[in-house]
Ligand binder design. Sequence first.
Ligand SMILES: NC(=O)c1ccc[n+]([C@@H]2O[C@H](COP(=O)([O-])OP(=O)(O)OC[C@H]3O[C@@H](n4cnc5c(N)ncnc54)[C@H](OP(=O)(O)O)[C@@H]3O)[C@@H](O)[C@H]2O)c1
Length: 349
Amino acid sequence: MLSFTVKRSAKCFFQQKNCLSSFNVIYENYGDPRKVLVGREREIQPLKDGQVLLKFLASSVNPADINQIQGVYPIKPSMPAVGGNEGVATVIETKSQNLKVGDWVIPALAGSGTWRSHAVFNEKDAIKIDNSLPLESAATLSVNPCTAYRMLMDFERIDEGDVVLQNGANSAVGQAVIQIATDLRIKTVNVIRDRPRVENLKRFLFDMGADYVLTEEECKTQLSDILRKESAPKLALNCVGGMSATNFLKYIRPKGTMVTYGCMSKIPFKASAASLIFADITFKGFWMSRWNDENNQSAERYRTLDYLSSLIKKNKLKCPPVSKVPLEKFPEAIENAMTEFTTHKQLLV
Ligand SMILES: NC(=O)c1ccc[n+]([C@@H]2O[C@H](COP(=O)([O-])OP(=O)(O)OC[C@H]3O[C@@H](n4cnc5c(N)ncnc54)[C@H](OP(=O)(O)O)[C@@H]3O)[C@@H](O)[C@H]2O)c1
């Protein structure tokens, strides 16, 4: 009997009579996540062949999750929708040939809703990962480190000693870029926003392998000299937009590439005619969700996850500092995630 098995092995969030239910953070309309998200108990249906019952162990709150709920993101799930796109779950009941009880999995595709205590997944919608990873790293593996790795791999051939320039360098993606680049012996020039006690943040990024860390303001006086001493970057990574990205264009090597993967300032950047005509810079975008759609279950996807997992196990790739918030206290995590200059990734546990 499903209900008894789960009761023994899973400490299910809710269990009433013979019916299991899961706690879900859902929204029925787009809007301010602080207003539209509600907690709902939902019944769990018995498993069919090829399905697994998952207990979510930890799920992250990323900027894209917020945008999705605001209705300004291209993923538009049918309503009511469960929030969250990233997290790690353990299999607690299985009717799958490939997944067994105790395996750890991440959702194969975005939009599957990870802010819930339990879920039934088709086995093809779950990707098994190493269950000896630290929980926080496993829960934050599939979006930001994968994005960082693919951007370093897929746009320019970057050799040892080459320089990559990035803004939003203290973001979770930026931190992963620094650590992966360090492993690959690629140098990083990292741009952050100024703030009180900025030296602490610089030290934090240097400690994880950053070669240079500059505030946006310091770029104006120091970036040229640094790149003259090193080499002009073939690749620049932009998640900020606005003047930050516009200013990058004069530093990128002719025929180099700027990859835009976010726009945290919500301000478009301007590409000068010179950057197009004389420098012939290529402007590309990257979206991990699309890459996953196009590479779902591919050998390259597993290689990416294996490489990143091995870095985590060697202590060369740490997840950003996290705040663990119980799932039922999701409003606290959402509020924290939407606060400016936040230093901790929110994890619903
Ligand atoms: N395209 C993709 O596939 C993909 C995948 C992952 C992430 N992303 C995007 O990458 C970005 C970073 O995501 P994350 O999870 O790494 O973020 P995160 O850890 O929450 O960090 C947010 C970053 O954005 C900066 N920021 C926030 N508001 C800003 C503003 N008004 N102007 C300039 N910078 C601002 C923060 O800098 P401060 O510390 O100065 O506030 C911080 O560096 C987001 O835009 C996210 O949607 C895209």
